[in-house]
Design a protein around this ligand. Structure first.
Ligand code: CA
Ligand code: CA
Ligand code: CA
Length: 180
């Protein structure tokens, strides 16, 4: 990996730490991740305790526990900034299988919240709704993002394509943030 890509990855983890520290107390706790999931569900017009909102919340909680486990702290945290950088960095750098185990439920949760026609995948208009909600992107930017992430060009985004996009963003090879 080049130094530029590494710096990008570190900068993106810093930004994510700040975004996910919902109560702004300088450390991450499970409650921060629950609040983040609730905010995403609400942005997509779903109640946080609806089945799909709850699925994303559970995925975020599991992700927190996986990071805490890697950092060697209690499943309840807290995780400080250095611990988060080390644990998340290790997760992104490590094998695809471990990454997919942790982020797969998050990708599934995102699909569930976006999937208005219930076909299990995200089409271009569903994806535009997602990017508008989490990143404020307009239609043209969302269409371009969709084209890049739809690796097999079949007009829908699968869990695997979303997982690949989350990794690509982290390493600075994609400019669209999917995790908000
Ligand atoms: Ca916090
Ligand atoms: Ca769909
Ligand atoms: Ca596809």
């Amino acid at each position: 990996m080049t130094m530029v890509a590494d710096n990008t990855a570190q900068a993106r983890l810093s930004k994510r730490f700040e975004k996910w520290d919902k109560d702004g107390n300088g450390v991450l706790e499970p409650s921060d991740f629950v609040a983040e999931a609730a905010e995403i569900a609400a942005a997509l017009g779903q109640a946080p305790d609806s089945p799909r909102g709850a699925a994303l919340r559970d995925a975020f909680q599991s992700m927190f526990e996986a990071l805490a486990d890697r950092a060697g702290v209690s499943p309840q945290g807290p995780l400080n900034r250095d611990q988060f950088h080390a644990a998340a960095g290790e997760l992104f750098q490590g094998g695809e299988a471990a990454f997919n185990t942790v982020l797969g439920p998050v990708a599934k949760g995102i699909i569930g919240l976006c999937d208005r026609n219930d076909d299990g995948v995200i089409d271009a208009s569903e994806f535009a709704g997602w990017l508008r909600a989490v990143a404020g992107l307009d239609e043209a930017a969302a269409a371009e993002a969709f084209r890049q992430i739809d690796a097999d060009g079949n007009g829908t985004l699968s869990e695997d394509e979303l997982l690949a996009a989350i990794r690509e963003f982290h390493f600075g090879r994609l400019e669209f943030e999917l995790l908000g």
